[in-house]
Design a protein around this ligand. Structure first.
Ligand SMILES: Nc1ncnc2c1ncn2[C@@H]1O[C@H](COP(=O)(O)OP(=O)(O)OP(=O)(O)O)[C@@H](O)[C@H]1O
Ligand SMILES: [Mg+2]
Length: 229
């Protein structure tokens, strides 16, 4: 009887460290994600969540360790070229073109994949259908975030890197976000979320990054210590 080997993880971080401006931000991170997997990153301000995302997106290189996609090091240029086509990304900087319409902002994203046709539906699903012809200056903060989420739906990229995706969303927006994450995972997609806000993602792996520096006294500590009773 032959025993089947389990498939290797789609994405593997092997003892990864990362520096920023000559100082160590991430140390010896180990993460393994299979298709359909999810990772939720938490940690104090400055603990390295966005650095982690930037590194996975290829903007920073690990200072030690390796990031393997399908068993291959993403630092190799031929691999990176294929790997980056797997990624879709949401971060606090919206990357919204103010001169284009809301619809154009999604369609421009579609062009990255040389595809067209999903933008209107994606906007409708995010509750922005009626604003499609407006300029982004007409959007509220939460609507801007919904526009970013519509861009996730417009193109088929299996790995979603979501840095604070629920900031500014109302309750319905958060539910929509949770829903599209769950659907993406059902289709084998991988989702990595950095967040301070609670988010429901079934069976997600949790990684809490330690604070980078011993914490100094903050105003909250001072208020706690003050005898105000
Ligand atoms: N552009 C930069 N150049 C150099 N160092 C940076 C830069 N941006 C952030 N850092 C440093 O990297 C560390 C990690 O920052 P990062 O943005 O990854 O934290 P974070 O966990 O995402 O924080 P937050 O919860 O505030 O979003 C911080 O301590 C910060 O000082
Ligand atoms: Mg951050």
């Amino acid at each position: 009887m032959s025993i089947r080997k389990p498939p290797p993880p789609r994405l593997l971080l092997n003892n990864v460290s990362c520096m920023r401006n000559a100082s160590q931000v991430l140390s010896n991170v180990n993460v393994s994600l299979h298709d359909g997997g999810a990772l939720v990153l938490t940690g104090a301000n400055g603990s390295g969540k966005s650095t982690f995302m930037r590194m996975l997106a290829g903007f920073s290189r690990p200072s030690a360790g390796e990031i393997l996609w399908n068993g291959h090091d993403i630092q190799k240029s031929t691999i990176f070229h294929q790997y980056k086509l797997q990624l879709n990304w949401v971060c606090l900087k919206h990357g919204i073109n103010e001169k284009s319409t809301v619809l154009d902002n999604v369609e421009l994203f579609e062009l990255l994949d040389y595809k067209r046709g999903k933008a209107k539906l994606a906007l409708q699903l995010m509750g922005l259908g009626r604003l499609a012809k407006e300029k982004p200056k007409m959007l509220s903060m939460g609507q801007r975030k919904r526009l970013q989420l519509a861009r996730l739906l417009a193109i088929d990229r299996p790995i979603w890197l979501l840095d604070e995706p629920s900031v500014a969303l109302d309750d319905e927006g958060v539910k929509l976000l949770e829903y599209i994450i769950a659907e993406h995972r059902k289709q084998g997609g991988i989702v990595i979320v950095a967040t301070h806000l609670p988010i429901e993602i079934e069976d997600a792996m949790l990684l809490r990054l330690p604070p980078r520096f011993p914490r100094r006294m903050t105003l909250i500590d001072m208020l706690d210590r003050a005898d105000i009773s």
